[in-house]
Design a protein around this ligand. Structure first.
Ligand SMILES: *Cc1c(COP(=O)(O)O)cnc(C)c1O
Length: 379
């Protein structure tokens, strides 16, 4: 079986350095907020160009912290795309606020500027207390930030950019992690920059927000954690996870380049067999996923035939958020978010990681081509 994501090849490169890092931590014993934590925060800030990085427990808590520092309260409304991982909307909902769903673009899979505009007008017409929007860089490509930010700012809304999947991607020369008024990422192991457990970060250019975020990360601490001046959480990144990131970050640019080679090979090999991914001009994707579109009637067969041939594939996301049981009662820009609904039927993702070998990839492409031709004949 070809792995969907292979973390072993990468680990072989950094294993001796990691062993040394872990051993150092076992010796110094600062498991919580050890020196590795501030070390990685500096490196992450330098990497994406954000003034401050607050490392934290995971990408969902990063979103919650970002919403809290923006002052989100129960009843407030935040616009989110309907086609994303659930955490984007969940972070809003767990604070008692209201996720308002808008549609995505059929090519980039990211928030559609027209649908955002329509959503804002619909929310305002209902007198809903709109506060901000959350953009997402789905599958590794940034959202089209310029028009989205322009629309949001014209309506006095802030932009929180959820860069869990596209941290390190570039948008017209700017690096994801520093594309929103505030941004977040996740270091879940399967993300392009992942640790070996849970982790995340909030990025801000505001000194004042950073001070509050540091307090919120430790129970809203004042002078110390037994002086509680606001609400917060247990939101720290483990020292051991910071160490993993410290060894992985130096490889990141090279790995993003390697992902371009893998993506280009797929795109060339799959041409004419399915709809291959589209990347905006002047943008570089981190290829968190290589996601293609196939005929909805053929998708299940393609997935199961690939599996039989030892090739894993994944469906992200089979149910758009506005149709999920826990979210279908929240408001949306219009009754049917047609593109999100269509993509949830068409999309599937193929094995993707920087160390995918050309021979393995060619085997995947050959198998895919056989299956698609067979199912086209059957249809
Ligand atoms: C993974 C992910 C998150 C949440 O990250 P966790 O670290 O798993 O909490 C949030 N948003 C998006 C778009 C994601 O893909």
């Amino acid at each position: 079986m070809i792995p969907f994501i292979d973390l072993k090849a990468q680990q072989a490169r950094i294993r001796p350095a990691l062993d040394k890092r872990f051993s150092d931590i076992l010796n110094h014993g600062a498991y919580i907020m050890g020196p590795e934590v501030s070390e990685i925060e500096t490196i992450l800030s330098d990497y994406c160009g954000s003034k401050h990085t607050l490392s934290c427990s995971n990408g969902t808590d990063a979103l919650i912290l970002a919403l809290m520092v923006k002052g989100i309260q129960a009843g407030d409304v935040v616009i989110v795309p309907a086609y994303t991982f659930v955490a984007t909307a969940e972070a809003v909902a767990v604070l008692g606020a209201i996720p308002f769903f808008v549609d995505v673009d059929p090519h980039t899979f990211n928030m559609c500027p027209q649908s955002l505009d329509e959503g804002i007008r619909a929310a305002r017409a209902q007198n809903l207390p709109l506060r901000g929007i959350i953009t997402v860089g789905l599958f590794g490509q940034t959202a089209d930030m310029d028009p989205l930010t322009q629309i949001a700012h014209a309506h006095d809304l802030w932009v929180l950019d959820d860069a869990a999947q596209d941290f390190g991607a570039t948008y017209k020369g700017r690096v994801a992690g520093n594309l929103g008024d505030i941004s977040t990422t996740s270091f879940f192991p399967a993300k392009p920059m992942g640790c070996y457990g849970d982790g995340g970060a909030v990025f801000t250019n505001s000194d004042a927000e950073f001070e509050i975020l540091k307090s919120m990360r430790v129970h809203g601490q004042g002078t110390d954690k037994y002086d509680n001046v606001r609400l917060g959480m247990t939101g720290r990144l483990d020292t051991l996870q910071a160490a993993v990131l410290l060894e992985k970050m130096p490889l990141f640019d090279e790995e993003i380049d390697m992902r371009q080679v893998v993506a280009a090979r797929y795109t060339q090999g799959l041409e004419g067999l399915c709809e291959t991914p589209f990347v905006l001009d002047e943008c570089v994707s981190t290829w968190a996923q290589y996601t293609i579109k196939v005929a909805p009637t053929q998708r299940a067969t393609i997935v199961s035939d690939l599996k039989e041939a030892g090739i894993p594939s994944m469906i992200y996301y089979a149910i758009p958020l506005h149709l999920q049981k826990a979210y279908c009662h929240y408001p949306r820009a219009r009754e049917s978010l047609a593109t999100s609904e269509m993509l949830s039927q068409q999309c599937m993702s193929l094995p993707m990681h920087p160390y995918l070998e050309a021979t393995q990839q060619d085997a995947i492409i050959n198998e895919f081509s056989k299956i698609v031709e067979k199912s086209a004949k059957a249809a």
